[in-house]
Design a protein around this ligand. Sequence first.
Ligand SMILES: C[S@@+](CC[C@H](N)C(=O)[O-])C[C@H]1O[C@@H](n2cnc3c(N)ncnc32)[C@H](O)[C@@H]1O
Length: 252
Amino acid sequence: MLHRIKNRAAYQVASVRRSLGFPPYHELNIPFGAVESIVRSTGAEPWFVWAIQNRRTRGETNSAMDWIVEHIAKDKLIFEVGCGCGANLIWLAQRGYHNLVGTDRSSAAISAATQLADLAQQTISVHVADGFVPPEKLIGVGKIAVLLAIDCIYLAQFDLIQHLRLWRDRLAPGGCVIFDMVDQSFDRFPNNQYMTDDWGLPEEKRRSTQYVTRISPDELKRKAAKTGFEMIGKLPGTEVPPRYVAVLQRVD
Ligand SMILES: C[S@@+](CC[C@H](N)C(=O)[O-])C[C@H]1O[C@@H](n2cnc3c(N)ncnc32)[C@H](O)[C@@H]1O
């Protein structure tokens, strides 16, 4: 009950701040009214509208953004795989970062990202590419200061060791990869085998879970050490599913 009252109050404060032109810190400074029509006209996933309008509540994104702002200089190359509609890159651009590149396998998402960046009057470079390894032809090797993968790698089977090896090659010395991961402890939650949005439906109508790959922080740390990384951060993500944000630094 108290939680719901707090949420409603936070929502109202956010609306007032937005109407005055001072959106909450973790939100995009962008006319919200235009977001839905851009997402709809490009055919991108409707989820992006929710993700932009509720951005301040996305624990995994907020943690990753805060870490970058605290540790990374504005001129460094930040590359986001699975960048979707570009909201993370646009947010970083609005904080003064100006070397921002992203890829996504969905051409509709990339088209939405291009239009949303224009709407926000920010410059980002986004491209259609399948997979979670930055294509060598886009940026070469050994150049990326931060490789971001938010809310994407656990949505299917994912070979972390293989990706860590390939990611390491793309990073500049001392560079970091930041991604969120669903903790293996989710296996013990009732209904974890079903999509979280469907938990309220009769069992026969529920779809399979979207959180396919799950790795505990200890296992992740071991895999990082094996592939030339040190886990220098384990940041808060969400409670349901139990999700943390890992910051792994390339060790040379
Ligand atoms: C839930 S969205 C997250 C978008 C963005 N990272 C964010 O935090 O708002 C997941 C994105 O991953 C992309 N994606 C999923 N599988 C992919 C793959 N194999 N290669 C590239 N992108 C992929 C989807 O197209 C989608 O845009």
